[in-house]
Design a protein around this ligand. Structure first.
Ligand code: ZN
Length: 499
């Protein structure tokens, strides 16, 4: 009697606990967990030195507010029913983002604010609709995280036998007949959503050459993350290639291990859309001379794109607002702010940053510094057991400085002053959007890269203290560069630098 009463009480407690967990939208399978991602005020902050109080008004909180407004455009794209969602180049949401930036530039009081529309985008790859499920003994599981990688081929609804092929290395394919089957491999993040070991070890080509009908890459983030790894101009795959979250991948593997002879059902519709437009937004703060400082940020994104690249756009807006408050005479150089899109998809030569590189050489000839605002803050995460665990620290970033030793010293000392954690070595060539223009003028950026290109790239993983440290460091670099003549910032040709 006593024992059964205890059981009833335990069941009731479990029901109450489940109910309250459901209310908080947490995992219903276990006890309540503390949050993975901490609120902004829980992060460690680098103290602002007394000598740098001029930068105190540059605010991470304001940038976070901009990020929330920009990512709302992405969420609208998702809520409008787009499976391929975000601020995707060539869509209405790309245009909304450009209009949002233009409104900010006008609010701040920049001059010559304009939206430059490009009608020359090459055909853009769009996956418009898809469904993937796996069926084993008596059970069918919808694989909600299935997401086509950039330039995947489409396929009409087809049932395929899955074949587990480890990491997709040549050794994993030995003795396995994958012809006409769905190859399933595991991709170790290197370090995040855009790049994983299966992509870099050639698993796509290997599966194609072995005659596979489709390839699934499980992104090795714990949990069930949706990802879109690649960007830019790639040869189209000849077969469907899709990413999967770890939990969805484990569901397939489990059925294989239990010898259930599972079937993967896949359907994917892909279109190449021609005649789409994209835009750059421009704004100017005149200075005392016609030499200029360029501040740029790309606007397009997969998913919410809070770090990639709402963080950069917000950083640019905050810099513009800071400098707009100074009298013209206190700005040695004119400041030119612009955005670019078609960063994650082909722009061709006559749109996006390629157009700017091709047609704005007279501007770059008088550019003392290009400030690329891209992925300026991200939580430091760790792999612990079966979880991706957050922390109260901002992660170290990839970085690049192109220019004279004087410029390099200015950037390095500003990073130290404001507590910008960086990798121990710079990029040999800058990735991200700076890669298109770094030969045009002296330049620098920091660029984080773990959570991007995934549906984890949300504002809660973009800590405000990291945004604040970055924007203050950028402002200090701009101010110090403005004390130096252009010749002392440049090397003979940036492209001639030793790599
Ligand atoms: Zn980016």
């Amino acid at each position: 009697m006593c024992r059964s009463l205890k059981t009833v009480v335990a069941v009731l407690i479990a029901i109450v606990a489940c109910g309250s967990l459901a209310v908080h939208g947490q995992d219903r399978s276990g006890p309540a967990q503390p949050p993975l991602w901490l609120p902004d005020d829980e992060y460690l902050r680098w103290p602002l030195p007394p000598s740098e109080q001029a930068y105190a008004s540059l605010s991470g909180r304001r940038i976070k507010g901009y990020i929330n407004e920009i990512t709302a455009i992405s969420r609208r794209s998702r809520d409008d029913g787009n499976q391929y969602w975000g601020r995707i180049t060539g869509t209405a949401y790309d245009r909304m983002t450009a209009e949002w930036v233009a409104a900010q530039f006008r609010r701040i009081g920049l001059e010559q604010v304009r939206i430059q529309t490009f009608e020359t985008l090459p055909p853009q790859w769009f996956p418009t609709s898809w469904d993937v499920s796996v069926a084993g003994t008596g059970k069918t599981i919808a694989l909600k995280t299935a997401f086509p990688i950039y330039h995947s081929a489409g396929i009409a609804s087809t049932d395929l036998d899955p074949v587990w092929a480890g990491l997709g290395l040549p050794a994993d394919f030995l003795g396995r007949d994958v012809k006409g089957k769905a190859v399933v491999v595991y991709g170790i993040p290197t370090p995040g959503g855009r790049s994983d070991s299966a992509l870099s070890n050639g698993a796509v080509q290997r599966a194609e050459e072995a005659g596979a009908a489709a390839l699934f890459i499980i992104l090795g983030f714990p949990g069930n993350v949706t990802s879109q790894p690649t960007g830019g101009d790639r040869d189209p795959a000849r077969m469907p290639v899709m990413m999967l979250g770890s939990d969805d991948g484990a569901a397939i593997r489990d059925m294989i291990e239990k010898r259930q002879s599972p079937k993967l059902r896949i359907r994917l519709t892909v279109e190449m859309k021609s005649g789409l437009q994209t835009a750059s937004v421009w704004g100017v703060l005149p200075g005392a001379t016609d030499e200029n400082i360029v501040v740029m940020a790309h606007t397009d994104s997969f998913f919410e794109g809070a770090m990639d690249n709402a963080s950069g756009v917000g950083t640019m807006i905050e810099l513009a607002e800071h400098y707009a408050k100074l009298p013209n005479a206190q700005r040695r150089r004119t400041m030119t702010f612009f955005t670019s899109s078609a960063h994650h998809s082909p722009s061709g030569e006559e749109a996006g940053l390629r157009w700017i590189h091709n047609h704005m050489q007279s501007m770059f000839a008088k550019t003392a510094l290009i400030v690329n605002c891209e992925h300026t803050s991200q939580v430091q995460t760790y792999l612990v057991g079966n979880s991706l665990v957050g922390s109260n620290a901002v992660s170290a970033r990839r970085w690049f400085v192109g220019g004279s030793d004087r410029l390099k010293a200015i950037v390095a000392s500003s990073f130290k002053t404001f507590g910008i954690a960086i990798y121990s070595r710079p990029e040999t060539r800058p990735g991200g959007e700076l890669g298109v223009v770094y030969t045009d003028a002296p330049s620098f950026h920091i660029i984080d890269h773990a959570i991007y290109h995934t549906d984890l790239d949300r504002a809660e993983l973009v800590p405000e203290p990291g945004l604040e440290a970055a924007v203050r460091a950028f402002a200090k670099i701009i101010d110090e560069v403005n004390t130096v003549d252009m010749a002392a910032l440049r090397v003979a040709r940036v492209s001639d630098q030793p790599r």
